[in-house]
Design a protein around this ligand. Structure first.
Ligand SMILES: [Zn+2]
Length: 372
């Protein structure tokens, strides 16, 4: 039996569920920390686990270039290589090939590109992307799609979406079903409701273990993103998990869960952690700000992470000022803890049918700010 999802309960459009995988179960809605190159940057695998994270993301594009899919396979797959026995979702390489690779050439069959590291030639097709993700031992394989540029005209977005749908069918044919493993299709169509609807129909006809929504959080703004979700989410098969790719801020997560999204990934908490930006129950702070220099109290009283449990804001400010690597390590840990606790709070609220009130309280606390 392939990867499956149990719908436990709903609160409005928000859903509480459980994904069953070969590498364990995961409660949804879930946030996946991003482990780009076989590591969640600045974190040990134990530290990632301690935050409550149960599902992480790996990047096909980065891993196929360094250390190479053959090498990861030789080292026992991504789970063993990075000491993460839990489930791993890998992206298809599509997004990075369109945003990072030099000299890329798109044809109907796939994409040829040069490595940004050494200029060596590489090629990704729907078949090779699925094959590489199998070598990585991805629990969840993502379909290889074209990343539609934003903004795009209706014609451009339509052509791009139709190409991605043809590729989605080829990914389905290339994917070898294994117990507890799954393949997710990706809905495209930019900000155009009719294209999103056609894409949803095409994906459902092919059939996937889960359905992702791609091509959002690319500059369209939160209002537009929520409008697209309201149009497309009800068109995705109700008995499968829905994954909003590359999203987002804590406020994006609250809003997207309320619109029926079950899974998220984003670099925000880890990237912000390396640049002194702290996500807390009282909003976002920049720890480089001089006002923190003398504050001998935890960053976030409500947080159980080692930074908040053992160190002061003043110490963290000092670490960033001195560019000590412990600063990014501790703040990445804290930000991931904040995101996991946010999702745990959301799940508890859905379970008791009070997501709206919970979201309003969380937002009120953010806007109240740092009152001490
Ligand atoms: Zn903390």
């Amino acid at each position: 039996m392939t990867l499956s999802w149990t719908h436990l309960t709903s609160d409005g459009a928000a859903r509480l569920g459980r994904v069953h995988t070969a590498h364990g179960d995961v409660e949804t809605p879930v946030f996946m920390p991003v482990g780009t190159a076989g590591t969640v940057r600045a974190m040990t695998a134990d530290a990632v686990r301690s935050t409550g994270a149960r599902l992480i993301l790996g990047n096909t594009f980065h891993l196929m270039l360094r250390p190479g899919a053959d090498r990861v396979e030789q080292l026992g797959g991504l789970h063993r290589m990075m000491d993460w026995p839990g489930p791993i979702l890998t992206d298809s390489g599509g997004f990075q090939v369109f945003s990072l690779a030099a000299l890329r050439t798109l044809d109907g069959d796939g994409v040829t590109f040069r490595s940004p590291h050494d200029g060596s030639p590489h090629r990704l097709t729907p078949e090779s992307s699925v094959g590489i993700q199998r070598q990585l031992d991805a629990t969840i394989t993502m379909a290889f799609d074209e990343c539609t540029p934003f903004p795009a005209t209706w014609d451009e977005a339509g052509k791009s979406m139709e190409l991605s749908m043809r590729w989605a069918a080829r990914c389905r044919a290339a994917f070898v079903p294994r117990p507890g493993y799954g393949l997710f299709g990706i809905n495209q169509g930019s900000v155009f409701a009719d294209l999103r609807a056609r894409s949803a129909e095409a994906l459902a006809a092919i059939g996937f273990e889960g359905y992702a929504i791609g091509g959002l959080a690319v500059g369209e703004g939160q209002d537009k993103m929520f409008e697209v979700l309201e149009g497309v989410v009800p068109r995705l098969p109700a008995d499968r998990p829905r994954y909003l790719m590359g999203v987002g801020t804590p406020d994006d997560l609250l809003g997207a869960v309320a619109r029926g999204v079950d899974m998220f990934d984003c670099v925000i908490p880890t990237r912000a952690g390396r640049t002194a930006r702290a996500y807390t129950s009282a909003g976002v702070f920049n720890l480089r700000n001089a006002r923190f220099a003398g504050q001998d109290r935890p960053l976030d009283e409500a947080c159980p992470c080692p930074l908040c449990a053992r160190h002061s804001r003043a110490y963290l400010h000092h670490l960033f000022r001195c560019e000590e690597m412990l600063g990014p390590m501790l703040l990445t840990w804290h930000n991931l803890q904040y995101y996991q606790d946010l999702m745990a709070g959301i799940r508890a609220a859905i379970a008791t049918g009070r997501l709206d009130a919970h979201a309003a309280a969380v937002r009120a606390r953010w806007s109240q700010g740092d009152t001490q």
